[in-house]
Design a protein. Structure first.
Ligand code: NAI
Length: 267
């Protein structure tokens, strides 16, 4: 499927770590559709991940940045504007991390330093990225900014822990900054609420395998995978979605509208 719908569009993609990452799949699809981009991640991801391999494949420049660090972000946007000799059209935020989950701490026993880090890395970084782009006037009119989220922002998923709070904040930031960005710069901001996908971040969640299977069974179309996410994001970056803003879009095979499925009863 190559229709060139992102020809001439330029942007920044945060969060490609390895070939399973949603951001990796998105970068591949954006490239196929004619888009150009800078890839970014924390410096350690470049050392231990494979992001440089992806950069080579997609003719992209890799610029390291910690998405919680304003100086790194200013440098990233300044360098990107230089590379493209002008403003950009799209930004993908595909970032998430919880030290509480990594250390096996449950919601009723959160470490608050870790909790603040979860919120900063997984949600407030989205505000920091948008504030940087807004102040530097880095986005072209009719540009598009997208972040990845999960339905645990609305409903309880045992084990999703403090990431549920981070996703609720992320979605709220998308609405609040989406209003400002749309009003002042004609740039839309949306979140994609994605089915479970087997990635490094995904597999960090307790009993991820059971969660994945449950969602697969309940969703009439089955789980949306990383490639499905990439296709939706390509569409959201394209001119076909110019008036969609401040929305949380479920890319979940119907999961969010379900109660109990036939599949579930027959199992
Ligand atoms: P992933 O582990 O491949 O990607 C997470 C990325 O965040 C990594 O590249 C990591 O290096 C980056 N990151 C962590 N701290 C950072 C920081 N301080 N600055 C910059 N980057 C940082 O996993 P995945 O699944 O592709 O995650 C992408 C997004 O999708 C996350 O927001 C995740 O919560 C969301 N999501 C994932 C689902 C899943 O089941 N895998 C389901 C729904 C949403």
């Amino acid at each position: 499927m190559k229709n060139g719908i992102l020809k001439g569009k330029k942007g920044i993609i945060f969060g490609a770590l390895d070939e399973n990452s949603i951001a990796w799949k998105t970068a591949e699809r954006v490239f196929e559709e004619g888009g150009e981009f800078v890839l970014t991640n924390v410096a350690t991801a470049a050392r231990f991940g494979k992001v440089k391999e992806l950069a080579e494949k997609t003719n992209a420049t890799f610029i390291p940045a910690d998405a919680t660090n304003m100086q790194d972000l200013e440098n990233l946007f300044a360098e990107t504007l230089k590379i493209f000799n002008g403003k950009i059209d799209f930004v993908l935020h595909s970032i998430g991390m919880s030290l509480n989950i990594r250390k096996g701490l449950q919601y009723q026993e959160l470490n608050y330093n870790y909790y603040m880090k979860t919120l900063d890395i997984s949600a407030i970084s989205f505000h920091k990225i948008m504030q940087t782009a807004y102040k530097m006037d880095a986005m072209n009119e009719w540009g598009s900014i997208v972040a990845l989220t999960y339905i645990a922002a609305q409903r309880i998923f045992d084990g999703y822990n403090d990431m549920a709070d981070a996703k609720a904040l992320l979605e709220s930031i998308a609405r609040s900054f989406g209003y400002i960005f749309s009003r002042d710069k004609k740039v839309r901001v949306n979140t994609v609420s994605q089915s479970p996908v087997q990635t490094t971040a995904g597999k960090g969640i307790k009993q991820f395998g059971s969660l994945f299977d449950y969602a697969e069974k309940i969703s009439p179309l089955g789980n949306a995978d990383g490639y499905d996410a990439a296709n939706l994001i390509v569409m959201l970056f394209s001119d076909y979605t110019k008036k969609i803003t401040m929305q949380n879009i479920y890319n979940d095979g119907g999961f969010s509208s379900m109660g109990v499925s036939k599949n579930f009863f027959e199992d």
